[in-house]
Unconditional design. Structure first.
Length: 91
């Protein structure tokens, strides 16, 4: 485990506010990564992908950076427009 992983684990264990903020940001990042993977799996540029889902390229860029809190409904819409299936699971 790296030093940063140890620090995060320690902070999560000892600071409930940190834990809450970290978990929210971690999920936002995971959604951003998955959205990027979705776009890349279609072989589309951000501009082309934006046209498919009805957004503008700068919005796609911000989504892929994790700057948006994207709803499940929106993710489902993007999946449908790209011929993909949205799956959500608890682990």
């Amino acid at each position: 485990m790296s030093k940063i992983d140890e620090l995060i684990k320690s902070e999560i264990a000892n600071d409930s506010e940190f834990k809450e903020i970290f978990n929210k940001e971690y999920m936002r990042l995971k959604v951003a990564v998955e959205l990027t993977k979705l776009r890349e799996s279609t072989g589309l540029s951000q501009r082309e992908f934006a046209k498919v889902i009805g957004k503008k390229q700068p919005q796609i860029s911000r989504m892929e950076k994790g700057e948006y809190n994207i709803s499940v409904d929106t993710l489902q819409e993007y999946a449908e427009k790209t011929g993909k299936k949205l799956e959500i699971s608890f682990t």
